[in-house]
Ligand binder design. Sequence first.
Ligand SMILES: Nc1ncnc2c1ncn2[C@@H]1O[C@H](COP(=O)(O)OP(=O)(O)OP(=O)(O)O)[C@@H](O)[C@H]1O
Ligand SMILES: [Mg+2]
Length: 344
Amino acid sequence: MTGERQAVAPRLTERSPSISGTELAGTLVPPRQFDSASFENYRPDRDYPSQGEALAKLRHFAEGWKPAKAGGFFGRGKKTPAAKPGIYLDGGFGVGKTHLLAALWHAAPGPKYFGTFIEYTALIGALGYANAVQLFAGAKFIAIDEFELDDPGDTMLMTRFLGELVAKGTRLAATSNTPPNALGEGRFAASDFLREIQAIADRFDIVRIDGLDYRRRDIEGHAAAFETTDALDAAIEAHLAAGERLTSDPFLDLVHHLGSIHPSRYIKLIDGVDTIALSDVTPLTDQTDALRLVAFIDRVYDAQIRILASGIPLDQVFAGDMLNGGYRKKYLRAASRMIASATR
Ligand SMILES: Nc1ncnc2c1ncn2[C@@H]1O[C@H](COP(=O)(O)OP(=O)(O)OP(=O)(O)O)[C@@H](O)[C@H]1O
Ligand SMILES: [Mg+2]
């Protein structure tokens, strides 16, 4: 039974993608689910006034790109440019931060880029610092989604990088689940690191967005899971018969495989896949494994790939006291995304 399935569906664990700097730069656009994200189709929740306020602040930030109207005496028609070159959207998960960031990107003139923090650091790593600065020099706007500082070295690199670009006139926007001065809280204590974070924080106007997880306005409960491997196999066959490009792996094999690939390549790992089947999902006890899964799920969610799984519901894989540690928000966000991606 299992052998049969493996013969039909390829495995993600058989893929070891590589990705060049130029290829990476080409991926620096919003994920396709945000192709039509705009200020107009962002619906602020009236129960959370911070959403309407954030929308207004972003619209104001975008005004900074409109050409100054000619003819106004005494500055009539003159825009008041946003005070800082960066805007930082801080809030819980699923409140529309990426939607707003993409809307701002669509409103910005080019050259412009949109990527996650991890994509930028991977790109700088692949191209080399000086080449990366050269590539981005002249950019009007850089959007950085999921500004998460898990690594002091990456933080310093990114601070320096953004500082150089801002000096050349680039404007920035970023999102995170944590305000800049709390990033790294409970994880790193080095005073150097905190100083670096402050240097980043000074360049951004911080805009807080509260609210409910938008995805959960429709979705309740847990990630869909098949109770038995047989039920999963039957579903796999049905999806394959429908002509889908499906991969199938035992959950722990995939988790193990993720450890052998740089997270910036996860996007390539799942390239061209419609559905990912994972059998025997079990709780993860290792924080490193769990963080890799989070990075993987981010890419799966962005690419709108379906997940079929057996075992425990995927949103329950973060076991033990992981959910009480410094990465709590990351895990909760990944759980929210897995609930949205898992199907039957
Ligand atoms: N107020 C809103 N109006 C319209 N669509 C919204 C709104 N908030 C969220 N959405 C939609 O809900 C989905 C989730 O929102 P989004 O990914 O922007 O949230 P997020 O705050 O970036 O979440 P995460 O913390 O997971 O990154 C998207 O498809 C987005 O377009
Ligand atoms: Mg987001």
